[in-house]
Every structure is written in C-alpha cells, then in structure tokens.
Write a protein that binds this ligand. Sequence first.
Ligand code: SME
Length: 163
Amino acid sequence: MRCAMEEITDKMKLFDKLSKKVSEILGGGGPMAERLQSLCDMLCSMVPYYDWVGFYFVDNDNPRELVLGPYVGEPTEHIRIKFGRGVCGQAAEREETIIVQDVSEEDNYLACSLNVRSEIVVPIFKDSCIIGELDVDSHQIEPFDGYDKTFLESVAAKVAMIY
Ligand code: SME
C-alpha cells in the first residue's frame, strides 16, 4: 500500500516531467490548433485520471460565450456554452479555476458523459482578459488537488503566450 506522501511525490515528478513536454509541444512549429490538439492528447495519455482534456475559447463575436476547441475524449454536445452555465461557464464568469470533486453534488453542471465524476476548469488569461479555458474531466471522484491546479494553470499561461 502506497502512502499519501509517495503519491504526492510521484505526482510532483510527473507534473515536472510534463511541464517540459508542454513547453516542447507549444513551442514547436505548426498551426496552433494542431499544437493544442497534441497537448490534449499528451495530457490525457500521460495522466491516468485525466479522461477528457479540451479547450474552450471565448467567441470573438459573442464575448460572453465559449466555443469548443481542440479536445480528446468522448464527444460532447456542449459545443457552445454561455458564461454562467455549467462549470465552464461559471469559471469564465468568475475568472477563476473551479474544481468540482463530485459532479453529482454540483447543480450547475453540464453533463458531457455519464462516466465523468469530477472536473477542473482553468481560465486562460491574455493581458488580464479571459480568452478561454482548459477543461479536464475525470472518471474518478476527488482526483484533483492543488498540484493539478498549479500545473494546469501553468499550462494555461503557456497557451496564452502562443495565442
Ligand atoms: N461539464 C462542463 C461542460 C463541458 S464538458 O464536460 C466537455 C460544464 O459543466 O460546464
């Protein structure tokens, strides 16, 4: 049986390794959409409890609406999400990271798949304005902690740099 400290150390090592991969992917050539898709693929395959990883971006024509961008995981019907609706819309409105450790306890939640048990949504800021979000769903209950938040916020900051 592994102790909590070993699990935290493993997580820190994993995110440290993935931070370098994130920079490599985003700093590589090619269209931005392809780089973001590679980033989603990498995160989903490397973190065992990341089961859906994707981006929503603020719609230029409707600044209080999010539009689905590159993602990996089960297809979602939530292609467009208004600010305030669901976890994504709440994170956009509040301009802060939201972690829902058990989606069955969240009233303002838009289900993407019955397999999803928890979610973290991290806003992406450019010049202090929200331009999008990184959304991660998990099939586990309560898998996310401060290390995921710090790591994914650093990913969002790197995405903003190339946006
Ligand atoms: N669950 C999100 C909707 C997006 S899908 O999970 C991909 C929400 O409540 O906003």
